[in-house]
Design a protein around this ligand. Structure first.
Ligand code: KG4
Ligand code: ZN
Length: 349
């Protein structure tokens, strides 16, 4: 692939791309020069905490408040002017419509006013391609590789053949892995998002103390709703016998549940490794910040004599740098969006 492309008849070695991510409850803007990140600003939205989950209407209002200061800060931290930009990349979907519309409308208006191309990015592909962000610790997978994408809205095993050529070979048929963490955390009254809290408490718990349902699904597909229900029923049963059961066993409950989810995710990944003859496996999405998943993912690769790739923490959860790296690959292919492009709550690749 050539690193030289033309933009308005000017050759650009390493395009300067402003990337915008607003698919859920984080407003983020990043500036990339080629595949290197110059800035990556993320504004989290605390307003959802008291509701125990993301409230779409509040999310879109917060994005409207945050988008201009976040973009401004990203340009400042990158040390560039908006007039230096070669393109603007934004999250086309999937995500919350009201949230996507804020980032998408801003990106369109900004690109139009600067007279530069617009690049529409699939959020799920962006999680995967975050592995190709160039930094000092860069350890990008070689093609083809299998990626386990685990986030708050999705759980997928993806066969990645080229930067922009990937196929979903397995997915959840109901809840996502992140939801399985968050819903259990809500039952345990641990706040939102609960994944990081379960991870923290599990560190000092006994992972073999409790067991949960083992769903049967076809091929490489997942199902988490049965695990979540068995988690709830187990707690209800125990609480009837001892009303202090949760507080007395909190760390063991977190460790056992996390262990169960990680074992289930990795069992499907292992089946996929055995069928697809890849030399590299990679992890992506918010749940890839989970410490047990990261460790056992690397052990799984070792067991099969292949290489594993876990993302840097800052690129696990939603961020605009990952949107920017897809923007970079698409820029190299002159794969630009028309200004009539509309965000899509559901986007399938
Ligand atoms: O990718 P992401 O930032 O947003 C979506 O696109 O959904 O993922 C958010 C999800 C949440 O469900 C959150 O609880 C989970 O990632 N998460 C974790 C950890 N850190 C974030 N789950 C388990 N352990 C963690 N350390
Ligand atoms: Zn995400």
């Amino acid at each position: 692939m050539s690193a030289k492309v033309t933009n308005n008849n000017t050759e650009v070695d390493s395009p300067l791309i402003l990337a915008i991510e607003s698919s859920c409850d984080d407003t983020s803007a990043a500036v990339l020069r080629g595949n290197r990140v110059l800035s990556n600003i993320i504004a989290n939205q605390d307003v959802h905490r008291e509701f125990g989950g993301v409230v779409p209407e509040l999310a879109s209002r917060e994005h409207q408040k945050n988008i201009v200061p976040v973009v401004d800060q990203a340009l400042k931290n990158a040390g560039i002017s908006k007039h230096d930009l070669n393109a603007i990349a934004f999250t086309e979907g999937p995500g919350l419509m009201g949230s996507l519309l804020v980032g998408g409308s801003f990106a369109k208006t900004f690109a139009l006013s600067l007279g530069i191309p617009l690049i529409a990015v699939d959020h799920m592909k962006a999680h995967i391609l975050a592995h190709f962000i160039d930094d000092e610790e860069r350890n990008a997978p070689e093609f083809p590789f299998l990626n386990l994408t685990v986030s708050g809205g999705h759980t997928q095993i993806v066969l990645v053949e080229e930067p922009l050529k990937m196929t979903i070979i397995g997915k959840t048929i109901d809840d996502a892995a992140g939801e399985a963490f968050d819903k259990a955390a809500k039952i345990l009254n641990l706040g939102y998002p609960g994944g990081p809290m379960i991870d923290k408490l599990a560190k000092t718990g006994d992972a073999s103390k409790f067991s949960y349902a083992n769903p049967k699904t076809d091929g490489f597909d997942f199902s988490f709703s049965g695990i979540k229900t068995s988690f709830l029923y187990h707690l209800q049963k125990e609480m009837k016998l001892n009303s202090e059961f949760i507080s007395e066993n909190l760390n063991d409950i977190c460790a056992s549940y996390q262990n169960h989810l990680v074992s289930y995710l990795l069992s499907k990944m292992e089946e996929a490794i055995l069928v697809h003859n890849v030399k590299d496996i990679a992890l992506a999405g918010g749940v890839s910040a989970n410490s047990e998943l990261r460790t056992r993912f690397q052990e799984l690769a070792k067991k099969h004599g292949i290489r594993s790739h876990v993302p840097k923490f800052e690129y696990c959860t939603d961020n605009a740098a990952m949107i920017g790296i897809v923007g970079y690959f698409k820029y190299l292919n002159s794969d630009f969006a028309g200004f009539s492009v509309m965000p899509k709550a559901r986007l399938h690749f």
